[in-house]
Design a protein around this ligand. Structure first.
Ligand code: HEM
Ligand SMILES: *[C@@H]1O[C@H](CO)[C@@H](O)[C@H](O)[C@H]1NC(C)=O
Ligand SMILES: *[C@@H]1O[C@H](CO)[C@@H](O)[C@H](O)[C@H]1NC(C)=O
Ligand SMILES: *[C@@H]1O[C@H](CO)[C@@H](O)[C@H](O)[C@H]1NC(C)=O
Length: 519
């Protein structure tokens, strides 16, 4: 019997011992009692379901309903929700507290500490040292460069679609999720690391499969109820992840090394125009390349892949599934895309993308009904917080907002259950007609506000959303002009998403039918 089995056997037989040890060793008793007193004053959602195990099971398979109930029941307040994670308490706060919470500094309401918990950083040992630099570089290097980079992104989208979607005149069954992972991998890679590597199988494997391995390890770690610290390192998925990081670094390090030598050359012509380059030029000091710099820049690439590839892919897959279920909107979307491209000489310029307002609304409506998570604004309270209504949120808990409640609030979105592709187009064009371009801003796909939480909220809202939105529009516009898309025979309506806990993802095992648009 190995150590981890022994610990598990002990924990199974002596659960009270385990609870006692964890409670007493974890924190001083006084602090713990205060924490419990404040915590117990906050109502628990679904107490009528029974004990913690019952609520946990209800959360795993039916979190959507729980969050929707909570949104109605605790409209202006906060409540506790029993999630599938044991390691912390989660408090759901009303969206009306977003404005005040968003103003608090990072050492009080921490984005990074919540991410650490989400990726089980303690057990997966994923370094997050570069997270701040990555966010800054996406915001201040990538987003402002989009006007210049759009033609490059469009070219890579076009070529990647040629490679991954060889479709002729006959209806062909395509697993679009699989194809999109590779297309998005290539397009992201073009902008992150350059044209030489972005189509290399080794790069795609590293950048796409890294995220899958992280999420698999996290899921397995979450199944450990007792002595997680001792047992996590022995999990097969955790060992596999370690191997994956090593393999990815082995591949990336020589690339980075070569680039670092180039970045030091004072030859300023023909410098690569990608994130790796900008990042290095921003960070490098004169002097010899140090091994830890190489490792750091390679890890930045992994961080970028993690943030960008699966999020963009699942958002685009959702758009294809919704498109196949809403054929009546296709002619109108096509007409808009043709008209806009005719004006821009066929180029996906920033102005052209901005004018694809019906497509933008279609994407925003898809993200309203199929966002990747039922929740948003996940943060960890690192200090005690007192909300404007007097409610105390004790240090140590996770907080979140039920985005699913906002997305289905009939006071915000009339007829909320209906997929209405032009729902956001109508108010946007009205506002723009009345008061100019800026007036329609709240109804865009990239808007971040209390009615649209798919990209988060506040200081840490997704900085990559402008790049993602451009890329997704280019993929959808290309697909709409090239292909007819429909459900396979026997499938009626929208392919249902898969939901586990607060996660809501398109079913990657499904296919759609594609054919070249007949001339
Ligand atoms: C449709 C695709 C995407 C979705 C749905 C998405 C969603 C999100 C969400 C929900 C957050 C957390 C925001 C918060 O809690 O306030 C986030 C953060 C972040 N995203 Fe995205 N994202 C997408 C694409 C991308 C891309 C393409 C990049 C990189 C180019 C990127 C880079 C980041 C980074 C760096 C952060 C952390 C921000 C920080 O630390 O302040 N994302 N994203
Ligand atoms: C997140 O985890 C890393 C270690 O992986 C640690 O260095 C960092 O301080 C943590 N951040 C917060 C805010 O807890
Ligand atoms: C990711 O891993 C799977 C199996 O481990 C493999 O079949 C697939 O080709 C990999 N993805 C890429 C893009 O290489
Ligand atoms: C929260 O408040 C309690 C009671 O005043 C105090 O004991 C505890 O140290 C505070 N925690 C933090 C992290 O400030």
């Amino acid at each position: 019997m190995g150590l981890e089995e022994a610990v598990e056997a002990l924990a199974d037989r002596w659960p009270l011992f385990a609870v006692g040890a964890a409670t007493l060793v974890g924190a001083s008793l006084v602090r713990h009692l205060y924490y419990l007193k404040v915590l117990y004053s906050i109502p628990v959602l679904g107490e009528e379901l029974g004990g913690k195990e019952k609520r946990r099971a209800a959360y795993l398979m039916g979190a959507r309903k729980l969050y929707l109930d909570g949104y109605k029941q605790f409209k202006d307040t906060v409540y506790r929700i029993t999630t599938t994670k044991d390691s912390h308490t989660t408090i759901v706060v009303s969206p009306k507290f977003l404005t005040e919470l968003q103003k608090l500094p990072d050492d009080v309401v921490s984005f990074q500490a919540a991410v650490n918990e989400t990726i089980e950083a303690k057990h997966t040992k994923l370094g997050t040292e570069s997270a701040h630099d990555v966010a800054r570089s996406v915001k201040s290097d990538l987003t402002p460069a989009l006007v210049r980079l759009n033609p490059t992104i469009a070219e890579e989208v076009n070529e990647a679609m040629d490679l991954e979607l060889p479709i002729g005149a006959d209806w062909t069954e395509i697993n679009i999720n699989k194809a999109l992972l590779r297309i998005v991998g290539m397009v992201s890679g073009r902008i992150f690391i350059g044209p030489e590597l972005c189509r290399e199988e080794e790069y795609l494997d590293a950048s796409i499969n890294y995220t899958i391995d992280v999420m698999t390890a996290v899921r397995e770690i979450n199944t450990l109820r007792w002595f997680r610290d001792l047992r996590a390192p022995y999990l097969p998925s955790v060992k596999k992840l370690k191997g994956r990081v090593k393999q990815a670094l082995n591949f990336l390090q020589p690339v980075v090394q070569k680039r670092m030598a180039m970045a030091r050359d004072d030859v300023k012509t023909d410098r690569p125009d990608d994130m790796l380059q900008w990042f290095m030029e921003g960070k490098l000091k004169k002097g010899a390349a140090k091994a830890e710099d190489v490792d750091y820049f390679a890890r930045v690439q992994l961080g970028l892949s993690f943030a960008a590839i699966h999020t963009t892919t699942l958002t685009t897959t959702n758009a294809f599934y919704s498109l196949a279920a809403t054929p009546e909107i296709v002619p109108e979307l096509r007409a808009e895309i043709r008209e806009v491209l005719a004006e821009s000489g066929g180029l996906f310029t920033s102005a052209a993308l901005q004018k694809m307002k019906k497509l933008d609304s279609f994407l925003r409506e898809t993200s309203r009904l199929y966002p990747p998570s039922h929740t948003s604004f996940q943060r960890k309270a690192l200090k005690n917080i007192t909300l404007s209504n007097g409610q105390v949120i004790p240090a140590g808990v996770l907080i979140e907002v039920a985005a699913v409640g906002v997305n289905h609030d009939p006071a915000i979105h009339a007829d909320d259950a209906t997929f209405d592709p032009l729902r956001f187009y109508r108010p946007r064009s009205e506002a723009e007609a009345e008061s100019g371009a800026a007036a329609g801003a709240a109804n865009q796909f990239v808007s971040v506000n209390q009615a649209h939480l798919t990209f988060g909220y506040g200081r840490h809202a997704c900085p990559g959303r402008f790049f993602a939105a451009n890329e997704i529009k280019m993929i959808m516009a290309n697909a709409l002009l090239r292909y007819d898309v429909r459900n396979v025979d026997g499938v009626e309506g929208r392919i249902p998403n898969l939901e586990f806990g607060n996660i809501n993802v398109p079913d990657g095992s499904k296919s759609l039918l594609f054919r070249k648009v007949p001339l």
